[in-house]
Write a protein that binds this ligand. Structure first.
Ligand SMILES: [Zn+2]
Ligand SMILES: [Zn+2]
Length: 172
């Protein structure tokens, strides 16, 4: 179960933040999104919401990277800015997992750390693959590919269907 959802919370949160920012998410919805991804104390001030919007622009670089080397560089840039140290924790009765900033860090620091660290772990496990941007022209969404074959190209079935129909029509 290498690519099970609950093993990779940081990578999935990173994709969700990029996609939320692209669609202009409001602050309450962003707080809800953070809570859904297991972020504790997800309340945001307006400034903090803006900082996370800026951070999502940086997160996008990892999904948009052209190859493994570029992805490695992009993840390292996030780790440099977004993490302060690494340690194991078992808080709230959870299995041992890594944290990349102290637990009392503010919401911006904790989200930066869990997304940077999560993308780093994911990139190791996926050998630099399985992160991408939607192949449909005009769609700005990114995705984490948890499919069996790892050949996902679209953010959603909707975008994949749209492109399939479009290609079919252009042949007729
Ligand atoms: Zn934790
Ligand atoms: Zn799409």
């Amino acid at each position: 179960m290498l690519f099970a959802h609950d093993n990779m919370p940081g990578a999935h949160l990173a994709a969700a933040l990029v996609n939320a920012a692209a669609s202009g998410i409001a602050r309450p919805a962003m707080e809800e999104l953070l809570g859904e991804h297991g972020i504790r104390r997800p309340q945001l001030t307006g400034d903090q919401a803006e900082l996370l919007g800026d951070w999502s622009t940086r997160l996008r670089t990892v999904f948009a990277a052209e190859d493994q080397d570029a992805r490695t560089v992009a993840v390292n840039a996030l780790l440099t800015v977004g993490t302060t140290g690494v340690y194991l924790t078992t808080h709230d009765g959870r299995r041992p997992h890594l944290h990349f900033t102290p637990e009392d860090d503010d919401i911006v620091g904790r989200v930066r750390a869990v997304t940077a660290g999560g993308l780093a772990i994911f990139t190791v496990e996926s050998e630099g693959e399985r992160l991408g941007t939607c192949a449909r022209t005009g769609c700005r969404a990114v995705f984490v590919d948890t499919s069996r074959n790892g050949r996902r190209r679209y953010c959603s079935a909707r975008c994949g269907n749209y492109d399939a129909v479009h290609r079919h029509r252009s042949r007729v």
